[in-house]
Design a protein around this ligand. Structure first.
Ligand SMILES: [Fe+2]
Length: 191
């Protein structure tokens, strides 16, 4: 069931509980998926939503919860403890479960596609590329060259997967800058 863009269905106390629960989760993750990542995805999702007109409450809370795609079971059991309408829980779970490049497609709700794009942009453009490289080196222990080449592959995949026109538009210039940088990088790397 879809909701109107400004319809509010989650009371303030429940919203605060959900955000606290999400913050606790981010605090246990690696440096690239810290609280800052959660905050940035929420902020990007709300920015995209200004033009896409999804339900802003679902976009915001979905943004906070998106990283539970790593542990959907844990999120489900937490949502069961809250006084939330079933359709809200279902909408939030749809956002989280499908926030994956292998699962996302145009049949999903607008809010799901918006949150997916916000998370995708975290690996796109100049900022996302550096973030991905750092994650490859520091967290995944990849070599210099593999860190770069794998980040390029991730960049291509997520660029192709972007689900909203707004998501594609807001990152386009940063990706052009990145492509210029990479052309120059490869020129010097191959000398
Ligand atoms: Fe994420």
């Amino acid at each position: 069931m879809s909701l109107m863009s400004s319809e509010r269905m989650i009371d303030q106390q429940t919203k605060e509980k959900i955000i606290e629960f999400a913050k606790e989760f981010y605090s246990k993750l690696d440096f690239a998926h810290s609280l800052e990542h959660g905050e940035r995805v929420v902020s990007l999702a709300l920015e995209i939503n200004k033009s896409e007109n999804g339900n802003s409450e679902l976009v915001e809370i979905g943004g906070w919860l998106h990283q539970f795609h790593d542990d959907v079971k844990y999120l489900k059991s937490f949502l069961e403890t809250l006084n939330l309408q079933k359709n809200i829980k279902d909408n939030l779970l749809e956002i989280v479960e499908n926030c994956r490049p292998q699962l996302i497609d145009h049949s999903h709700s607008l809010e799901t596609r918006i949150v997916f794009d916000a998370d995708a942009i975290e690996v796109l453009g100049t900022y996302g590329f550096i973030r991905e490289i750092f994650c490859n080196i520091k967290h995944r222990n990849k070599t210099w060259d593999n860190s770069i080449s794998d980040s390029i592959e991730v960049n291509k995949m997520f660029q192709d997967k972007l689900m909203t026109a707004t998501g594609r538009n807001i990152i386009i210039e940063s990706n052009k800058t990145l492509n210029n940088f990479l052309n120059d990088y490869h020129f010097w790397r191959n000398k």
